[in-house]
Structures are given as C-alpha cells and as structure tokens.
Design a protein around this ligand. Structure first.
Ligand SMILES: Nc1ncnc2c1ncn2[C@@H]1O[C@H](COP(=O)(O)OP(=O)(O)OP(=O)(O)O)[C@@H](O)[C@H]1O
Ligand SMILES: [Mg+2]
Length: 265
C-alpha cells in the first residue's frame, strides 16, 4: 500500500454524531455516534423494531435526522455534512459513490427491463454512452455475480430470488462505489441460496476494498461479512466492537440473549 493511500485509510469515510430520529413521541433512533473507515464492513444487528433500518436511512441521506449529523468524505478528501450537500453532489453519491442493496430486489431493480439494461443504466447515468462497451461491462458483471450471460436480455421478473439479488449487487457495484448500504440483503432467500450469496458478497467486498454497512437480524450474516458489529435495542446502540469479540464474548446481557438465540428473530 502506498504511503498516500495508507494515510487516506486513516481518515474516516463516514462519521455519525449524535444521530436521532423521532416519529412523534417514538424515538426510533437515539444518540448514535461512530466512524466508519474505508474498506470496513459494519453490521447493525438487533431485534425487529430496534431502529436498524431507520439508522441506515439516516446514514444514507434517505431520511433527515431529528438531531445530529452524518458527514461523508467526498472523493476530493473533504468531509461534508450530508444535510448541506447540493443536488449534484447528492446525485453523485446516490448514482456512483454509494450502492444500495435492498431486501426486496423489486425496490432496487427495474423488474420489467433487461438485466443488461439494469446494470448498464447505472453507467449511463454517469455519462457512459458507448452501447457496445456498456454491454461488455454488463456481461462481465453478470459473470462476476454468477448469472449466465445468456440471460442478459431477460428481465429480472423472470429471474429467481437469488438471481435477482445477485443482479442487484451487479447493478450497484458496476460504478465502483466506495460505500454500500445493505438492509437484510439475504432476507427472504432460502438457506442454501443465502450461503452462496454471502460467499459472493464477501469475496466482492474484499476484492474491491468496499466499505459497507449491513443491517441484519441474522448473526451468521454479521459473522461472515463484517469486521465490526453494532447492537441496537430500542433505538440505541447498546454494544459495539469487533465482530468476533461481540459475538463470542458479548458484554451486555441483551447481546448475550441475542447470541444465544433466545430472542425471536
Ligand atoms: N415512517 C415511520 N413512521 C412512524 N414510525 C416509524 C416509521 N418508520 C419506523 N418507525 C418506527 O421506528 C421503530 C424502528 O423501526 P425500524 O424500521 O428502524 O426497525 P428495524 O430494526 O429495521 O426492524 P425490522 O428488523 O423489523 O426491519 C419502530 O418502532 C417503527 O415502528
Ligand atoms: Mg428493518
């Protein structure tokens, strides 16, 4: 690693400070602060209703916080408050520098247009206009996510659940984002399909040096993908640490319950 890039990696990519979101009197997320570093994978775990998706939406500028801020290091190296970005900068983040993998592929894909167009569209949005090259790159990405290139002209509505999820990943990664947000990326798939998808995601994340924030109620997903875990309960982060430490030797009684799977999913 060059001196410059190791210096870069010492700087956080995303910083949350005192983040909160209230819905009327309900505190869906309270006082969350942390920093995420380039290439780091953070899992957010906790029971249903603990505020995981709310936090993810706050971190990815899809929801405005009731208090606190999120800052993101833009490609020029400057850390910027997400609330103060202009429209062009927001667009750049949503279309290029960030990826979003939704639990429901229908939210992250255009189900009626071809798989090739689903991947190519993200490139066109950032100015690519050579049809042949876009198609070549789309084919390469289908291969990378283990989709038969012969299916490139088929629409994802004709795909299986696991294929849709892999296509969603290809569509997101084609622009070489630096940060990917995922909300229950393996939820709704059967166990054998989940295992293969997780393996694929793990390889891509490490090959591309991606940073990711993964919401999951499945601790096996956290174990396999993440370096660090944050445990949420009632909108607060109650425990955080290296994944192996938190899952093998949890400090908080609530995390101990979660790990021993006494709590319902
Ligand atoms: N748009 C909204 N309006 C009102 N309350 C909301 C809204 N979105 C979320 N909430 C509430 O905020 C709390 C946290 O919800 P959130 O969706 O973040 O939980 P979660 O941890 O992602 O749960 P799950 O694992 O079931 O997806 C819940 O009590 C939920 O009812
Ligand atoms: Mg959720």
């Amino acid at each position: 690693m060059s001196e410059l890039s190791s210096l870069d990696n010492a700087q956080p990519l995303l910083v949350a400070e005192g983040l909160a979101k209230n819905y009327g009197r309900l505190a869906a997320c309270r006082d969350v602060s942390f920093a995420l570093y380039p290439g780091e994978v953070l899992a957010i775990v906790g029971e249903s209703g603990s505020g995981k998706s709310t936090l993810l939406q706050l971190l990815s500028a899809q929801l405005a916080p009731s208090a606190g801020h999120v800052a993101y290091r833009m490609r020029d190296g400057v850390l910027r408050d997400l609330a103060e970005l202009g429209e062009a900068e927001r667009r750049f983040l949503f279309r290029t520098d960030w990826g979003f993998v939704h639990q429901d592929p229908a939210q992250g894909l255009r189900m009626g247009v071809s798989a090739g167009a689903n991947v190519g569209e993200r490139l066109m949005a950032v100015g690519w206009n050579h049809y042949g090259r876009i198609r070549d790159i789309a084919s390469t990405w289908l291969e990378r996510v283990e989709i038969d290139v012969g299916r490139i002209d088929d629409a994802p509505k004709t795909y299986s659940g696991g294929m849709r999820q892999r296509l969603q990943i290809a569509r997101n990664l084609v622009t070489e984002p630096r940060l990917v947000f995922m909300d229950e990326p393996t939820g709704g798939l059967d166990v054998s399909v989940q295992a293969r998808l997780l393996d694929l995601m793990r390889n891509l994340v490490s090959e591309l040096g991606l940073a990711a924030i993964v919401v999951t109620h499945d601790l096996a997903v956290a174990r396999l993908l993440s370096h660090r875990v944050m445990v949420m309960k009632g909108g607060r982060v109650i425990e955080t640490g290296l994944t192996d430490q938190v899952l093998d030797d949890p400090r908080e009684p609530y995390t101990q319950l979660l790990v021993s799977s006494i709590l319902p999913p």
